[in-house]
Design a binder for this molecule. Structure first.
Ligand code: BTN
Length: 259
């Protein structure tokens, strides 16, 4: 299906900054999950940078199989096929978080903050989420969901979420948002190919200043542990100070305790 005009025009205007992410973009009015379609496309030979974008998702997914509410026209729902070197994998979500924050700032002028591992927030409310999934050897799918309009979100989501238009009180140019997020990701992804990723990590840390320093809890073998999230290390792991010393958390659920 051909791209909607707003997206096609924005892509044409930014193609030089989008690199591989401008080559093949498939748009659908409704899909189950853009990440599922991108994974299937990758199985059938999609090249790095292939993008799936949809107006609605009937089975949008977040981390741990949680659902990601994706009402029609209310958000930006996109997934892209990546072929990262193994060393790049731990930093994909970090790069995507910075890219989404920068893209939102450039397209909409809104400053957001980041919360490890995959949340983009305004205050304590979730504005966007990222989902990086390894689907085959050398292939990962990065899914990005950004709430653009208040939309008809389920009550539990509405209580914890916000949208660009709710924050700004004006309409947002969806095409511009799409290309600015992807252009920023293209640049950080390219940067990950050369180590070290110091500038990217510092950029993530600056944007996470409001969440680092807060208490987190997590479960180990049925026991709840607790500590203060202090930083991320150069592999994107969360460093948590506990009475027993620094714990390094690479995956698994952490619960952020509200201040
Ligand atoms: C999270 O915060 O838990 C991650 C949410 C990721 C949502 C996006 S929307 C586009 C892509 N398709 C999906 O099914 N999920 C991701």
């Amino acid at each position: 299906m051909s791209l909607p005009d707003d997206i096609a025009e924005a892509v044409a205007g930014a193609a030089a900054r989008l690199g591989p992410f401008a080559r093949e973009i498939r748009w659908y009015p409704e899909v189950t999950s853009t990440s599922d379609l991108a994974a299937t496309w990758a199985e059938h030979g999609a090249a790095e940078g292939a993008v799936v974008i949809a107006d609605a998702q009937s089975a949008g997914r977040g981390r741990y199989g949680r659902s990601w509410a994706s009402p029609p026209g209310a958000g930006l729902y996109l997934s892209t096929v990546l072929k990262p070197a193994a060393a790049m994998l731990p930093l994909l979500t970090i790069a995507a978080g910075v890219a989404v924050a920068e893209g939102i700032e450039r397209a909409a002028g809104l400053r957001t903050s980041l919360k490890w591992p995959n949340d983009v927030l305004v205050g304590d409310r979730k504005l966007a989420g990222l989902l990086a999934e390894v689907v085959a050897a050398n292939t990962a799918i990065l899914g990005i969901g950004i709430n653009v309009m208040p939309g008809s979100y389920p009550a539990d989501v509405a209580a914890r979420a916000t949208s660009l238009e709710a924050e700004l009180g004006r309409a947002i140019d969806r095409g511009l948002l799409f290309v600015e997020v992807l252009a920023s990701f293209a640049s950080h992804y390219e940067g990950l190919k050369g180590v070290p990723a110091g500038a990217l990590l510092d950029s993530w840390r600056r944007r996470a200043a409001a969440t680092l320093g807060r208490e987190v809890t997590w479960m180990v073998a049925g026991r709840q542990l607790r500590g203060v999230a202090e930083n991320i290390d150069d592999r994107g792991a969360l460093l948590v100070r506990t009475p027993a010393g620094i714990e390094r958390i690479i995956s698994g659920e952490v619960t952020w305790v509200r201040a």
